[in-house]
Design a protein around this ligand. Structure first.
Ligand SMILES: Cc1cc2nc3c(=O)[nH]c(=O)nc-3n(C[C@H](O)[C@H](O)[C@H](O)COP(=O)(O)OP(=O)(O)OC[C@H]3O[C@@H](n4cnc5c(N)ncnc54)[C@H](O)[C@@H]3O)c2cc1C
Length: 379
């Protein structure tokens, strides 16, 4: 193994947080390396609805959303497990775009900004000693002054470091699976739909090329109870909701089999781990029903970029940089995460979800208040 490569900043994970951070730091004149275990572009389990709060930031990075003609989403539909429907105009709204397209565009911008983009390269470990990091991959060892953990919900590094959420026993917030398809069919183009079923919910939103993204989150137990057969789970559990039954019956899927992920956790996480700044889902994951995790990952990268730039320019110490980053991250996102966890607990039990929707139909102002509490402003 060689150890000759040294960088200002090394970023582990090329999702939204990592790619956006790499572009900002490279444009500030820093030497940046980014490691991504997959090869761009690739599909990812995600609802693919982005809150409009990210619009300006993505445009500033160079993602030309206008010419991409992304579908603009202005309405929300939520159905109970019994099919009862709540419909609202969204206070801020959002747009639909596949992660294949968005992350692919950001990866191209990252390369163009001069980032050393290491694709198909998994980081095995990160060590901090003598005020410097070493980053280990299977082929090589790299050195850097700063390392950012942007490796998402759960990674080999979390397990190696025994981060508390990765060793916690199973509870109501940490044993979920995610399933996603791209489908075509006749659905409203300006609406994000959230259809509930026993122990889960399923989102449907329009993305590019006249396709829709269908993505659901449910407990691992639902799948076990369906003999680990996804189709069977969709027929016997999801399709009890008449809206989902219609969607599954009338749509055509673009994937041979769905994309899946498991062991999703919404437990609390730390924002600094052994001097590594954690950003995006690696710092804390908001429940998907809030539809805001991508904006938090992007916004988090902007907060981190400011503090890292000051440190690399010698305007602040490592200790102060870490403290200020943690403080600003928590001030910006802690309340959203807390509200998200509370709402997540309400969903799952059929009668509670149905009661929630009945109450919300009578007091629509409450829906707007909840949306505001789980979203931020343009950044
Ligand atoms: C079912 C579901 C639906 C969702 N729906 C929405 C939605 O509609 N709207 C929304 O805003 N948010 C949604 N989210 C949340 C959103 O997907 C995340 O918040 C967002 O992807 C976080 O971005 P990130 O950059 O932190 O992580 P990621 O996008 O997960 O990127 C992390 C990257 O790190 C790489 N990686 C991991 N380990 C290593 C390693 N050791 N070495 C190198 N690379 C590594 C991974 O391959 C990955 O590409 C949803 C999440 C789920 C689970």
């Amino acid at each position: 193994m060689t150890t000759d490569q040294s960088y200002d900043a090394a970023i582990v994970g090329g999702g939204l947080a990592g790619l956006a951070l790499s572009i900002q730091l490279a444009r500030q004149g820093h030497r940046v390396i980014l490691f991504e275990k997959e090869k761009f572009p690739f599909h990812k389990v995600c609802g693919e609805y982005i809150s409009l709060e990210s619009w300006d930031f993505l445009n500033d990075l160079g993602v030309d959303l206008h010419s991409m003609q992304v579908p603009i989403i202005t309405r929300l539909q939520v159905s109970g497990t019994n099919g009862k429907l709540l419909q609202r105009h969204l206070p801020l709204g959002g747009f639909g775009i596949s992660r294949y397209k968005l992350d692919g565009a950001l990866a191209a911008l990252s390369r163009a900004a001069g980032v050393a983009l290491q694709e198909s390269t998994k980081v095995n470990d990160v060590l901090f000693a003598n005020d410097e990091f070493t980053i280990e991959t299977a082929q090589q060892i790299f050195r850097a002054k700063i390392v950012c953990g942007t490796y998402g919900k759960r990674s080999n590094i979390d397990i190696k470091r025994k981060r508390p959420f990765s060793t916690a026993s199973k509870n109501k917030l940490n044993n979920y699976i995610g399933v996603k398809y791209h489908i075509s069919g006749d659905f409203p183009a300006n609406t994000i739909a959230l259809h509930n079923f026993k122990n889960g919910y399923c989102g449907l939103v329009k993305i590019e090329d006249n396709k829709y993204n269908l993505c659901y989150l449910t407990t691992a137990r639902n799948l076990q109870n369906s003999h680990t057969d996804i189709k069977r789970m969709e027929q016997t559990i999801l399709s009890v909701n008449p809206h989902l039954q219609k969607i599954f019956a009338e749509s055509k899927t673009g994937f041979e089999s769905p994309l899946t992920i498991s062991q999703i956790s919404f437990d609390r996480k730390s924002q600094v781990e052994d001097h590594m700044l954690m950003i995006g889902d690696a710092a804390g994951m908001i429940t998907p029903l809030c539809g805001n995790g991508m904006s938090m990952a992007l916004h988090g990268s902007k907060i981190a970029a400011g503090h890292i730039h000051m440190f690399l320019q010698g305007q602040t110490t490592r200790e102060k940089m870490e403290k200020r980053y943690r403080f600003q991250w928590q001030r910006q996102f802690s309340r959203r995460l807390k509200t998200g966890r509370r709402i997540q607990r309400l969903f799952g039990s059929g009668w509670l979800t149905n009661l929630f929707i009945t109450v919300m139909k009578s007091f629509p102002g409450l829906v707007d208040a909840l949306i505001r509490k789980t979203h931020g402003k343009s950044f």
